[in-house]
Design a binder for this molecule. Structure first.
Ligand code: ADP
Ligand code: ZN
Ligand code: ZN
Length: 662
């Protein structure tokens, strides 16, 4: 290093530009690469991260400003952290500066610097230690097979609900911790963490572990993140963003419920935490485990072709517990539903019931039987949902609220009617059938009112509730031992959808709901209301034939030419002025056609499923590639052209790689 030349640092900032910015930093050394800095920016200041040290700059020397502060209070990002961030930035075509800053906890991004919380955290009140149940034979053989491979390998555990996947994870985690390595356990929802937190605390009362999710305060989140980075915390339990946590001694990643859509970030940096976790394991040369009762077709395909190792847990783990019995019943327009008898029987045995309907509010449609008028959102291309208790109409997409109409705004008719059911109406109906049953409605409306999911969960476990009415919030991997009947209302609304993933998702959802029934010694029953009992999704479900279903779906996808047999990217654009959106997408399409590429197929611009949201028109353009690599090459140069398009400056647009919603 030439001691004469002044040191220049390249600083990454949270800006939508594909490069860093040069600053003087006389005292910077190579040790400072990966550290946070405060720099002047315009008339203000910004926090950035040092990417590199250099001795020359393409900027004129007198234009280069001085770094204000290099923060050495916390460790720098290391080479492995950079490796993941750089992969992420290049694969998702998202600026490196924005990628790095998005991954830092907000409390470490403040120009005021980082002040650790003053209060020393109370040690957790550890529930008493509980030892692991002896693994059954199926669990043992999965654990042994996985332990044989200490290097990189992706293991897909396909286990029916309640088959003891979590015990398998724990057993593997224990081995990895004993070897002195750190562990990352990713879960789809914050809702799932209290349950897992308790299990972890009981299993390892003396382990230093942390959980990271959006429910933790900013300061506390940063403090925990730092304990992972220094190696003090040995295990991290977290939702998707936790995939970026620096873990210098990481030796195992577990992605539980790998099929869950919440592993996909839907705005900003649109990454898949599951996919990045796999990349991270490959970079770090350690194994990764994906677990699910309903694996995604992408993972299933990889398992079938030998890229992933497939492991099965075909039976429920608790001795005597068997899979629930399924019944399909037609929807009743009037009178008591078919499941009324079994509902009463279940309640009279003192067991709990879950009634699932995937729609909150009272009714999805308010209409006038006289003239046909329907209540629609003026800002979105959807109907307004009736919320009876608050006497409101609400848009579930933009949040718009109106007072419920007493009469038809079009013809004045005072006898307005609703169509369809939401959770509130189902709750009302159940109160009529079973006036003495204690009901708890769980959807995002009721949770917003009544506080935390954690409390609700305790109420259910304490058996202060007989009937639960809820949306998909309820479905995710919860274990309620007294719950023995699950009723699914209105399954049909999802049977006919244009999304090529609709069947896969419906199957997963129904199987997960059904899996809530009869988790412990109690035999479970599941009733599904449908008018299409012959639908392939329902037939497969009835027979508990998940593997056949997945194989059939794969065959269909191959035939139709959808993922996982090719790769997708979507260019999404939105603006108040629909003309601007279509002009941009048409220009983008022309650029794409001119550029082309091997196996690249460019579709026409079309309106998105929700064609208008909060006043913005939304359109999209799909690009399909026969190979991941050639699609990436194409996207890298296309995105540069898109950034240069003038028509793109006055609208919002985003390029999404491997979209989950098309
Ligand atoms: P999954 O994650 O597949 O849904 P869990 O690991 O949560 O399954 O296990 C389901 C239930 O079975 C839990 O109550 C758990 O304590 C119990 N369980 C798991 N493995 C065993 C075992 N080997 N013996 C007895 N009970 C078990
Ligand atoms: Zn009318
Ligand atoms: Zn709206």
């Amino acid at each position: 290093m030439d001691l004469q030349s002044p040191v220049i640092v390249e600083v990454l900032l949270d800006l939508p530009l594909p490069r860093g910015f040069d600053y003087h930093a006389a005292l910077a050394t190579e040790e400072d690469v990966g550290r946070r800095v405060k720099v002047p920016w315009g008339t203000g200041q910004k926090v950035g991260v040092i990417r590199a040290l250099k001795h020359t700059s393409t900027y004129p020397a007198d234009k280069i400003k001085e770094v204000l502060e290099i923060w050495r209070d916390v460790p720098p990002l290391n080479a492995r952290d950079w490796q993941l961030l750089e992969f992420c930035s290049s694969y998702y075509h998202y600026p490196l500066g924005q990628t790095v800053l998005a991954m830092l906890p907000p409390a470490l991004r403040r120009v005021g610097g980082w002040q650790p919380p003053r209060r020393v955290r109370q040690p957790r009140k550890y529930p008493s230690q509980s030892s692991a149940p002896p693994l059954n034979e199926a669990q043992r053989s999965v654990v042994q097979a996985i332990l044989q491979q200490p290097n990189f390998a992706v293991h897909l555990i396909h286990g029916v609900t309640g088959s003891g996947k979590t015990e398998v994870y724990f057993s593997l985690i224990e081995k990895v911790l004993e070897r002195g390595r750190q562990v990352l356990l990713l879960v789809p929802e914050i809702n799932l963490t209290p349950q897992l937190e308790q299990r972890l605390a009981r299993r390892w009362p003396n382990l230093n572990w942390i959980s990271l999710h959006s429910g933790v305060s900013e300061k506390e989140r940063a403090r925990r993140w730092l304990t992972a980075q220094t190696g003090a915390a040995r295990l991290v339990l977290g939702t998707r963003l936790a995939v970026f946590t620096p873990l210098p001694e990481l030796g195992l990643i577990v992605v539980d419920e790998e099929h869950e859509a919440s592993f996909k970030q839907q705005d900003g940096l649109r990454y898949s935490a599951r996919d990045l976790a796999i990349v991270r394991a490959r970079q770090g040369e350690f194994p990764i485990i994906l677990g699910s009762a309903t694996p995604t077709l992408e993972s299933w395909h990889n398992a079938r072709t030998g890229r992933y190792q497939l492991h099965h847990l075909r039976e429920r783990a608790v001795p005597g517990a068997c899979l629930p019995q399924l019944t399909l019943a037609p929807t009743m327009q009037e009178g008591l539903p078919h499941w009324a008898t079994v509902l009463h029987e279940t309640l009279s045995r003192g067991e709990q019931v879950l009634v699932f309907i995937n729609r909150r509010g009272y009714a999805p449609v308010l209409y006038c039987p006289n003239c046909g008028w329907q209540a629609a959102c003026p800002r979105c291309s959807v109907r307004l949902v009736v919320h009876r208790r608050t006497r409101q109409l609400r848009c579930h997409h933009c949040g718009l609220e109106q007072v419920l109409h007493e009469s038809c705004p079009s013809c004045g008719n005072v006898h307005m009617e609703t169509r369809g059911e939401g959770t509130q109406q189902v709750e009302e109906r159940l109160r009529n059938y079973c006036p003495s049953a204690r009901l708890l409605r769980l959807d995002s409306d009721s949770l917003a009112l009544k506080g935390s999911w954690e409390r609700a969960r305790e109420q259910i476990l304490d058996h202060q509730v007989d009937i639960l009415v809820g949306t998909q919030l309820l479905v995710k991997g919860h274990d309620f031992p007294d719950l023995s009947l699950v009723v699914v209302l209105n399954a049909d609304q999802s049977l006919f959808s244009s999304d090529f993933r609709a069947s896969e998702r419906l199957y997963a959802q129904l199987l997960q709901v059904a899996g809530r029934a009869g988790r412990a010694e109690k035999a479970g029953q599941v009733w599904i209301e449908t008018d299409y009992p012959g639908h392939p999704v329902l037939l497969a479900l009835m027979q508990h034939e998940t593997e056949n279903f997945l194989d059939q779906e794969l065959a269909l996808r191959r035939q139709m030419g959808w993922p996982p047999f090719n790769y997708l990217a979507i260019l999404r654009a939105e603006a108040r002025d629909v003309g601007k959106v279509t002009v941009f997408l048409e220009e983008a399409r022309q650029k794409a056609l001119t550029r082309g590429g091997e196996g690249i197929c460019i579709f026409d611009p079309v309106p998105s499923t929700l064609a208008r949201k909060a006043g913005f028109h939304r359109w999209q353009l799909l690009v399909q590639g026969a190979h991941r690599a050639s699609l990436q090459v194409f996207l890298a140069s296309w995105v540069d052209e898109l950034r240069a398009l003038r028509s793109g400056r006055s609208i919002h647009w985003v390029l999404e790689v491997d979209p989950w919603d098309c």
